[in-house]
Design a binder for this molecule. Sequence first.
Ligand code: PGA
Length: 251
Amino acid sequence: MRKKVIAGNWKMNMLPNETIKFIDDFAPLVKDSEAEIILCVPYVDLFYALLNTQETNIKIGAQNMHYEEKGAYTGEISGRMLKSVGVEYVIIGHSERRQYFGETDEIVNKKLKAAFEHGLKPIVCVGENLEQREKGIAEDVITKQTELALEGLSKDEVKDTIIAYEPIWAIGTGKTATSEDANNAIKAIRNKVAKLYGKAVAEEVIILYGGSVKSSNAAELFSTSDIDGGLVGGASLKPEEFAKIVNYDKQ
Ligand code: PGA
């Protein structure tokens, strides 16, 4: 049985004082959850988030990293730096990074490899845009993105990668993929992993759905055969709402 993973992606939101308040309110609400709970916070909030989640069941992640370890890359943060302060997870290749910051499949692959080199657990995002969906090529797009992102990783590394399927048209729009569509897309990704790395790896790899997940649709999405949890943006900014998503099976 794969463990459920519920990750919040705060994007460019929340100040340190808001981070502290959020965790004070959120931690007691999710303390009995068996899911892996991850908060991916802005760099400036990492210290506060790590400190305030000590002795809780909440793990902390970053939202991006550079693939180089160090050097003349003004404004960038490396995997080594993240690891040194106690970060466990890192989101890689979010569609907003691909769209607004020119991240290619090749860069995503380099970052994924660098994350493993530094002992970070990557959450790598794939997803089609509306045009690709309307053309009927969504499955080709997401399976190709998956293949290119994972290229050159060992079977063990692939097993330890969290993949997040996030259709771009569903991110921040209030439009959610139906649970059936999302589950089918995730099945296609799992089949691709099986083809490339074997069935055992595919059975273990955790694949999340992301795109307008909220407390009212979490249970339906997360109860399907292949969706192992969610990567949650907007709804992860409110402690009560995000706790309801984490506790989707206890309502
Ligand atoms: P959303 O964002 O939940 O606000 O749609 C999800 C994401 O971008 O990870």
